[in-house]
Design a protein around this ligand. Structure first.
Ligand code: SF4
Length: 699
């Protein structure tokens, strides 16, 4: 491996959506890392702070920690192969399925960690080369509910329509279903500053997380009842005369229908549903509504439900009813999870969208993108299956028979993962492009070893909508190629020799043109500007445009400029506890691991800090089950089983157990989770299902 520079390179962490700035120095790091990760205090979002994942992010770059040769399956086992052979096999596998079963039988599955350039080119590859509608990505499991609700309410899905630093200046912040103290620790400084500035932090979470420990008030609802909670708060805002009538009249539409829905959620009913006492409901409603400025932030705890879109809509309604949106220091935002969770959903790897956040069903949008791509708009396929539906149909009649998967590990991260794994095995052909032999790559017919974050330049868009540049600091090891090279070579083999450049800058220039005039307009963003300005906020329609950190201050992005209330009502989770499965299961992340753990489980420092899964349960439940701390537990749902040691804590509700989802095998939490889908966003119900907990039989 060689460095491309002898000086330090400013870039960004490969993991979460905070996209912390960091500096890579050309010197050996710990555990074989070929570069050293240094702080970069001048980058405004994290101001030098890095969590353990970021500090150790260079370890997976070591040649010994990753794949450095393509693998092809022969006689049931994977063996090393040349790039020529591997790419020929992938092209043949995709073409063969298309020939035998039709274009819809070929699918693409992307990832929210892919750069904007890769996400863009992957979408183009699916629609121009494969001409299949069946492309979706793991961000469907992450952000889709918030995205749908944001689009409906504000006309634009910008996860945070303000810089994160605004959080520190609000008078009251309501954080619903998020735990940044573990998922993105440098962001916690804004919550601390909020409190130092006299603001109040209210955290809503069934668990007393590290973030909840920082709060002025921690509200612990029953899992899956955040929608009812928001409606109960709105009811009290209305009943107690705390509406911002002037804001509602001037900047919103649809409140009267919402008033009726909220009034049906009277406090005692909401207390019964959520387990949150009426006085606490009243305190939260009063504190938030009376604060001069306020922000509601949601994350996966509120969003990963079969009613996730309505849940986010209800929290947006609360903001609108109290006049806390589209004003300095106020607003609704969503804490995106994956590294390019925001940009990854803007440029065409979603099953229903074209680059620039354009709709695949809008004739004008199709015509614009088709012109950039040099194809007839009529040849562009329509919307395809959402992520879980695509995975559920793998190998089935009418489903996808050959799949190209890039930057995702659904064997660990998909809901009902036992079923998804079985479906993967039914594919006629599976190709995986990844940096390590992930649990999904282990099932592949061909595995393509690709470059990592520090080895290739590309843009990402952080949770604030700030477009950033990850700069290459070193060359990939011998035997490794980039994802863009893979797409170029496959396109050429499949009969499209042009339009798939390997140079990320060329791809970005095309992305700018494709996004121009669309909701996520990158036309004015250049690599040079991003470097010089430490990021540029979209929309940015021209090179002399300053970018848009706060897009809703004057008007919302709806046709009439007004935010739209959504009249929604409580509904139960797809599965609730009963006699056979008497407890709630909820899942999430821990500080030292990231997503499916494919990279972070291989980092020694992180593996020592978080070596495996566990089951968090309340002491009263532990006593009832006769379980001591560390005893092995078996969790059973209608979909599968998982086993992990008990971790007893009074911080969790007695009717709920929690399990992190980063590990495969017996401790795979997603063997248990429910694939019920939100009807709008197609988000699965990761965060609430019924479970039975017993001591493991071998104890
Ligand atoms: Fe990386 Fe996120 Fe940690 Fe920052 S908070 S160092 S972006 S994992």
């Amino acid at each position: 491996m060689t460095t491309t520079t002898t000086t330090a390179v400013d870039t960004h962490c490969p993991y979460c959506a905070l996209q912390c700035g960091m500096r890579l120095a050309p010197a050996d790091g710990p555990d074989g890392a070929p570069v050293q990760v240094l702080e970069r205090p001048e980058f405004p979002v994290n101001r030098g702070a890095l969590c353990g994942k970021g500090r150790t992010a260079a370890v997976p770059l070591a040649p010994g920690a990753r794949l450095t040769a393509p693998l092809v399956r022969d006689g049931g086992t994977l063996r090393e192969a040349s790039w020529e052979e591997a790419l020929d096999r992938v092209a043949a596998g995709l073409a063969d399925a298309g020939r035998r079963h039709g274009r819809d039988a070929v699918g693409v599955f992307g990832g929210g960690g892919l750069t904007n350039e890769k996400a863009y080119l992957l979408g183009k590859f699916a629609r121009v080369v494969l001409r299949t509608p069946n492309i979706d990505y793991n961000g469907r499991f992450c952000m889709s509910s918030a995205a749908a609700a944001l689009k409906a309410a504000f006309g634009l899905d910008r996860g945070l329509p303000f810089p994160l630093a605004d959080v520190a200046r609000a008078k009251c912040v309501l954080l619903v279903g998020g735990n940044p103290a573990e998922t993105m620790p440098p962001a916690v400084r804004y919550l601390r500053e909020l409190r130092e500035n006299g603001g109040r932090l209210i955290v809503v979470d069934p668990r007393r997380t590290r973030t909840a420990e920082l709060a002025d008030l921690h509200v612990q609802p029953v899992p899956g009842t955040d929608l009812a909670l928001a409606l109960g708060l709105l009811h009290l805002v209305i009943a107690d005369g705390l509406l911002d009538e002037a804001f509602i009249a001037a900047r919103t539409t649809g409140f009267e229908q919402v008033r009726a829905a909220a009034m049906a959620h009277w406090p005692e009913r909401v207390e019964r549903l959520t387990g949150v006492p009426v006085p606490v409901l009243r305190e939260v409603a009063g504190r938030f509504a009376r604060a001069a400025t306020g922000i509601v932030l949601t994350a996966r705890g509120a969003e990963q439900h079969s009613k996730g879109t309505d849940t986010v809509a209800a929290w947006i309604d609360l903001c609108l009813a109290t006049g806390k949106a589209g004003r300095p220091g106020s607003g609704f935002g969503c804490l995106t999870g994956q590294g390019n969770g925001q940009g990854g959903r803007e440029h065409g790897q979603k099953s229903d969208q074209l680059p620039g956040y354009r709709s695949l069903t809008d004739p004008a949008a199709r015509a614009h993108v088709a012109a950039v791509w040099g194809v007839d708009p009529d040849t562009l396929p329509g919307p395809g299956r959402s992520a879980y539906e695509l995975l559920d149909g793998l190998g089935q009649p009418g489903g996808v028979r050959a799949l190209l998967l890039m930057g995702s590990n659904p064997v660990v991260s998909a809901p009902h993962a036992t079923h998804v794994t079985a479906r993967m095995k039914e594919l006629d052909f599976l190709a995986v492009s990844d940096v390590v032999l992930s649990e999904t790559a282990e099932l592949a017919d061909v595995v393509l070893p690709v470059a990592q974050w520090a080895e290739e330049t590309g843009t990402v868009t952080n949770l604030e909508g700030r477009v950033l540049l990850r700069e290459a600091a070193l060359a990939p090891p011998e035997g490794v190629r980039t994802d863009l090279y893979v797409l170029r070579e496959l396109a050429a083999r499949l009969g499209v020799p042009d339009g798939f450049p390997e140079d990320p800058r060329e791809v970005f220039e095309e992305l700018r043109a494709a996004s121009a005039g669309g909701p996520a307009d990158y036309a004015g963003i250049t690599y040079e500007r991003v470097r010089a300005e430490d990021g540029v906020f979209w929309p940015c329609p021209a090179e002399d445009h300053p970018g848009t950190p706060r897009p809703f201050l004057d008007r919302f992005a709806t046709p009439d400029g007004r935010a739209r209330f959504a009249a929604v009502s409580h509904r139960p989770a797809a599965e609730e506890p009963d006699a056979e499965y008497p407890l709630w299961l909820t899942t999430g992340r821990v500080l030292a691991q990231y997503q499916s753990g494919a990279q972070t489980r291989r980092v020694p420092e992180l593996a020592r800090a978080a070596p495996g899964p566990f089951v968090e349960l309340h002491p009263r439940l532990a006593q009832r089950l006769g379980v001591a701390d560390g005893d092995r537990l078996t969790l059973t749902t209608r979909r599968g089983r998982a086993t992990a040691p008990a971790r007893i804590t009074p911080g969790i509700r007695p009717d709920t157990v929690f399990m992190p989802f980063h590990w495969p095998g017996l401790g795979r939490a997603n063997s248990l989770t429910h694939p019920a889908l939100d009807p709008v966003s197609r988000m699965p119900e990761f965060k609430a299902c019924a479970v039975r907990v017993e001591r493991a039989r071998d104890d």
